[in-house]
Design a protein around this ligand. Structure first.
Ligand SMILES: O=C(O)[C@@H](CO)OP(=O)(O)O
Length: 221
């Protein structure tokens, strides 16, 4: 099967560079809505068998134009929400962003590392993998759009893919509505076949001035 992991469109937290992981969280900014509106045309004639969204409002608004264009009703999937920022929630200072993304990247060596008051690597990887397994079981031969989150897609796709290493993961960002494509199955495993850093509708839909943590942080180490 083929998974299109799509990051949601821009939110006010992305504009402010704030760690926003509380559920349900904010909807999209005007730019975020334009990014979402560009998704149906950008996917062209690629067949989509189902659309899944997280428990967070921004993924629902991002999926809406694609759902309308394809005559599909998005299904809410528990387990694909953003990585819990815990005590760092709503912080936008450099130390908080470094701790959040730095802990996530340290999972390459230690899944037990925990974001203060938030998740550790075991918890995140288990819940995201279980959700994707549910999708894979329901659509073994399908092409499925999963609208999820920056840190979550970047992290899960990296760890789940046989062809992605720590260096690739650190250096490949994920702007709002950027897409990562994985092919495979829960049994055979996954291979990343496409990773676009920029919005699916093109670089003109990027907000270069937004200090968005997922799109802008390449932690060292
Ligand atoms: O801002 C981000 O990069 C992350 C973490 O806050 O979340 P999201 O992709 O859901 O916006």
């Amino acid at each position: 099967m083929r998974l299109l992991l799509i990051r949601h469109g821009q939110t006010i937290d992305n504009v402010n560079g704030a760690l926003g992981t509380a559920i349900p969280g904010p909807g999209l900014t005007p730019l975020g809505k334009r990014q979402a509106a560009a998704i149906p045309d950008s996917l062209g004639s690629i067949p989509i068998d189902a659309i899944y969204v997280s428990t967070m409002q921004r993924t629902h608004e991002t999926a809406a134009p694609l759902a309308l264009a394809r005559g599909l009703v998005p299904v809410v999937l528990d387990g694909i929400h953003e990585i819990d920022a815990g005590d760092l929630e709503q912080r936008s200072d450099e130390e908080a962003i470094r701790t959040y993304m730095g802990t996530i990247f340290s999972w390459w060596g230690d899944f037990d590392a925990r974001i203060p008051g938030g998740e550790d690597g075991n918890e995140f990887y288990a819940r995201y993998t279980a959700a994707i397994e549910q999708v894979a079981t329901a659509h073994p031969k399908g092409t499925i759009a999963v609208v999820s989150h920056g840190a979550a897609i970047r992290t899960w796709a990296s760890y789940a893919s046989q062809n992605i290493d720590a260096e690739f993961s650190r250096t490949h960002l994920l702007e709002n509505t950027a897409v990562v494509v994985l092919e495979g199955s829960a049994v055979e495993g996954w291979v990343t076949t496409y990773w676009a850093d920029e919005p699916i509708g093109g670089a003109s839909l990027e907000d270069a001035s937004a200090p968005d943590p997922t799109a802008g942080v390449r932690p060292a180490g």
